[in-house]
Ligand binder design. Structure first.
Ligand code: C5P
Length: 486
């Protein structure tokens, strides 16, 4: 891992004994991998699943929405030989120790309490932050799992492309023009040199090589452009009016066939559309910026497959997790390209149409958006957005030019009679506030639980705490001192 020289020795020093623990239990034993059901969790669990099988273990990969006492009880009751927990379990080391003795390891990138970092004498937790690596942008759990897998056996380098998918899934493409930084960049280089991933700077349209240009524009939901996203007819008219030739010998042209000049024409047309729609030239400039960046192509996937573009691959995994069919995503990551891929394609279609409904209803029902002083926006998804889709909705809204620059909080009512919140920094947001800290502290002070990262976090609070919670958020976000410190 070049580029992380100060933490490199510490991480590398920890990696070898950590791998040794895995090697010592793997051969012939029965190992359970428990992972988070989001896209990063799915990739991390799958990478470990493949690596363990290659070491001769019998292994299953199970996904859960969060780690709690009942999951730990179930793990204990299963009585497996060993447990590897990925993308989950921060702050729960003592509970694992009590229930499972020494039969567990954690691989993760979420921030964990300092106490847990310094008391892990037995080196059971491989967490990015412990080694000075910024787990919110430089590596995610898929990447951490890959670093373990490739240290276990060089032949696991073929899993580097799955780690690349995990980085875009967790929105860690936060370098210049959606590039990778830190360990993610090193993993990408490994994938490139193995010929598994190609990187190009281009318009980041969904279906670059597979969809007609107007469809690709319509299916691109980041940035989310009200009036264009998911509106094929509007995209077709926009492109046609801009003079783009849509067909070649009767066949729809795809974005990869466009010339540089045509791409500039499209970007100009989109910018004009956004400027008119939002009455903001700044929003139009930002949109162009958001639409161009590095695209990551999985050269090993079929040319017509949705898995060929790392961002589309990650969307499919996200969809599988959100509709509680994470097992389909795991099967795809572990190599199934038959029945499971077909199911994944069906899942993504219904996921897209559900999201389209939620987003268009939110924008149509104006009362759902409270845009306060232009710096903070609350979106009310009650009675509309199911709790499992909340994070996907807030991620999409955060890319909308309409909400540019805001700190966004989206809420819905959950099945356990709580409010769930999902927060994001919208595109162009300059606030330095750490949303993970804000969500954790504001929810805890009112009897809830929460956490997350600097720019993406979530929580649950009791129904009765809503007004106080929103007041606390307003205070925290507007308090510059806190914003800098957090
Ligand atoms: O649900 P959402 O996608 O908004 O979550 C964003 C981030 O916040 C995720 O990394 C998730 O693990 C974290 N989170 C958390 N505690 C919660 C909800 C979300 O740590 N109660």
């Amino acid at each position: 891992m070049e580029g992380t020289s100060t933490e490199k020795p510490k991480f590398q020093q920890a990696l070898e004994p950590f791998c040794e623990k895995i090697r010592s239990v793997a051969d012939g034993s029965d190992i359970s991998v428990i992972t988070h059901l989001d896209a990063d969790g799915i990739t991390a669990g799958s990478i470990m699943g493949v690596a363990l099988k290659r070491l001769g273990a019998r292994c299953s990969v199970r996904t859960v929405s969060d780690m709690n006492e009942s999951v730990i009880e179930r793990m204990k009751a299963e009585g497996r030989d060993f447990y590897i927990i990925t993308d989950l379990g921060g702050g729960m080391a003592a509970k694992f120790q009590k229930a499972l003795g020494k039969k567990w390891l954690i691989i993760d990138h979420h921030q964990i309490p300092d106490e847990e970092m310094i008391t892990d004498d037995d080196n059971r937790i491989l967490n990015a932050w412990k080694y000075g690596i910024d787990g919110s942008k430089d590596v995610c759990s898929g990447g951490m799992a890959y670093l373990v897998a490739s240290a276990l056996d060089k032949k696991n380098k073929d899993l580097s492309c799955i780690a690349v998918v995990s980085a875009v899934a967790d929105r860690q493409d936060q370098g210049e023009k959606k590039s990778f930084t830190g360990p993610n960049l090193e993993i990408l280089k490994a994938a490139q040199s193995a010929g598994l991933v190609q990187v190009e700077m281009d318009m980041m349209l969904t279906g670059r090589e597979t969809r007609p240009v107007h469809e690709a524009l319509a299916f691109t939901s980041f940035p989310f452009i009200e009036g264009l996203t998911w509106n094929r007819e509007a995209c077709y008219s926009l492109l046609k009016n801009a003079g783009i030739r849509m067909k070649n010998n009767g066949r729809w042209r795809v974005p990869a066939e466009l010339s540089q000049e045509e791409k500039s024409t499209i970007l100009d047309a989109v910018a004009r559309f956004v400027a008119t729609y939002t009455k903001s030239s700044a929003a139009a400039t930002k949109i162009i910026d958001d639409m161009i960046g590095y695209v990551y192509t999985l050269a090993c996937e079929d040319k017509r497959s949705q898995l060929r573009d790392a961002r589309e691959f990650s969307t499919m995994l996200n969809a599988c997790g959100r509709i509680r069919k994470a097992g389909v995503g795991v099967a795809i990551c572990m190599g199934d390209r038959n029945a499971m891929l077909t199911e994944g394609e069906e899942i993504i279609q219904s996921y897209r149409s559900a999201l389209r409904n939620y987003i268009s209803t939110i924008f149509a029902e104006k009362w759902r958006i409270a845009d306060e002083k232009g710096s903070i926006a609350f979106v009310n998804g009650e009675g509309l957005v199911p709790e499992d889709m909340l994070g996907a909705v807030s991620s999409l809204l955060s890319g909308s030019p309409t909400l540019q620059g805001r700190v966004l909080f989206v809420r819905t009512r959950a099945s356990d009679s709580t409010y769930r919140f999902s927060s994001r920094k919208c595109t162009g947001c300059t606030s330095e506030v750490n949303l993970g800290v804000v969500m954790r502290e504001c929810s805890a002070s009112l009897g809830g639980t929460g956490g997350g990262h600097h720019s993406a976090a979530g929580c649950r609070i009791p129904l009765s705490a809503l007004e106080d919670f929103m007041a606390a958020l307003r205070l925290r976000v507007s308090d510059a001192k806190f914003a800098k410190a957090a």
